[in-house]
Design a protein around this ligand. Structure first.
Ligand SMILES: [Mg+2]
Length: 389
């Protein structure tokens, strides 16, 4: 069996949010699906998938680990993490899909079999970061709870601090939380807590925006909300900054969507800097690497939760991993995006009452719906025009 091509599909079913899907073709008529959407980085990823073709075409798709290592080491001068691990992820997911289809089993069967009957999701209500409308947020929370979700995440920190709103239109600085902003964040979370009740699970995402002192103040101010986790309190580059937050709060911490491959995780896991990790299967190095990171977390009795704010192929890959991962918290989703996914894949994932249920179909259990793909297809120039910077 040989790989014959890598094809990329860029679709934009949601205004200005494009998803990057790949299909890895073989000489036996079986193709595997992958994804490596990273909104700002999408144009680079589309070009990168073209550039790695000579390293992949002609190889045997059964040799998943050999292809992973080949790509990782070929680009070691580029650090092999971040941009490169995104490219590896898309191809790795597709190779596991091919393997499952060849053998006629879901990917979770190849990972040791299921350890649960369904995968519980957590979802989002609007972030105050994007839209400071507390009443709408409370309505969204009530609706999500009624749909069966048991956990919700939001970014409660006010939008005027967002670097996206900077006049320079870029992440130009580490952000500072003043007293007013912290009061507003507390109001946001108290309103959410009041809406969902005392036993509902709440998560806060700081999107890695704050300086250490602001992050510590925010953790203290939100301690009474009883959070599952406070996510990315500081910028990703400094473990020492994270350590300082860690040493000054009892609020559980989580990082991971900006950590790629096992080499970004081992030190922070070993130093016990967080209580949860959330690698993204489409960014961290694919199914192969997500599985290894989860096992490293298990050694420290730390739970893992797939970061998931991308398209349906990433959601399906995270689901396969979640089915076979003992130390799972919940899988992330944005449930309001499900209607946009329905027209792009077939069958749609079986999602009921806040959980995804296995279909038993081989591989990822989905195929692309080419009518939907072609309806929402954009090219790289459209992609570039859709970027906020
Ligand atoms: Mg996040």
């Amino acid at each position: 069996m040989k790989i014959t091509n890598i094809r990329t599909h860029i679709v934009m079913p949601i205004n200005k949010l494009a998803w990057v899907f790949v299909e890895v073709d073989t000489d036996q008529g079986i193709s595997g699906l992958g994804e490596c959407t990273e909104y700002i980085g999408n144009p680079h990823l589309v070009r990168g998938l073209e550039a790695v073709k000579p390293l992949v075409i002609g190889t045997d798709p059964r040799h998943i680990e050999e292809i992973w290592q080949r790509l990782f080491h070929a680009y070691s001068n580029l650090n092999s993490r971040g941009y490169i691990s995104h490219l590896i992820s898309a191809i790795d997911i597709a190779l596991w899909d091919i393997r499952g289809k060849v053998l006629g089993v879901p990917i979770y069967e190849l990972l040791g079999g299921p350890v649960r009957k369904e995968v519980s999701l957590y979802t989002h209500v609007r972030d105050q970061w994007h839209s400071p409308d507390v009443d709408t947020m409370m309505t969204e929370a009530r609706e999500a709870k009624e749909m069966g979700y048991l956990a919700i995440k939001t970014d409660p920190f006010p939008p005027q601090l967002s670097s996206l709103n900077s006049p320079f239109k870029g992440a130009t600085q580490v952000e500072y939380l003043d007293a007013k902003a912290i009061v507003e964040a507390v109001k946001w979370m108290e309103a959410l807590r009041e809406t969902v009740g005392p036993h509902f699970e709440l998560l806060v995402d700081a999107h890695g925006r704050f300086d250490v002192a602001s992050a510590i103040k925010a953790c203290h101010a939100l301690a009474h909300i009883d959070l599952v986790w406070f996510e990315e309190p500081t910028h990703v580059e400094s473990d020492n900054a994270l350590r300082q937050v860690r040493e000054n709060t009892n609020v559980p911490l989580c990082v991971g969507e900006r950590h790629f491959t096992r080499w970004d995780y081992w030190q922070l896991l070993n130093d016990r800097l967080v209580d949860y990790v959330m690698p993204d299967v489409a960014w961290c190095g694919g199914i192969s690497e997500w599985r290894r990171i989860a096992a490293m977390a298990e050694v420290q009795y730390i739970r893992v939760s797939p970061h998931d704010a991308l398209g349906p192929i990433a959601l399906a890959a995270s689901f396969q991993l979640s089915m076979a991962t003992p130390n799972l918290y919940r899988e992330e989703c944005l449930h309001t995006w499900f209607p946009h996914m329905e027209g792009l894949i077939t069958p749609m994932l079986d999602i009921r009452a806040g959980s995804i249920y296995p279909s038993g179909q081989p591989g990822l259990g989905i195929e692309l719906d080419m009518d939907g793909i072609n309806e929402y297809r954009v090219d790289i120039d459209d992609l570039q025009a859709s970027l906020p910077y």
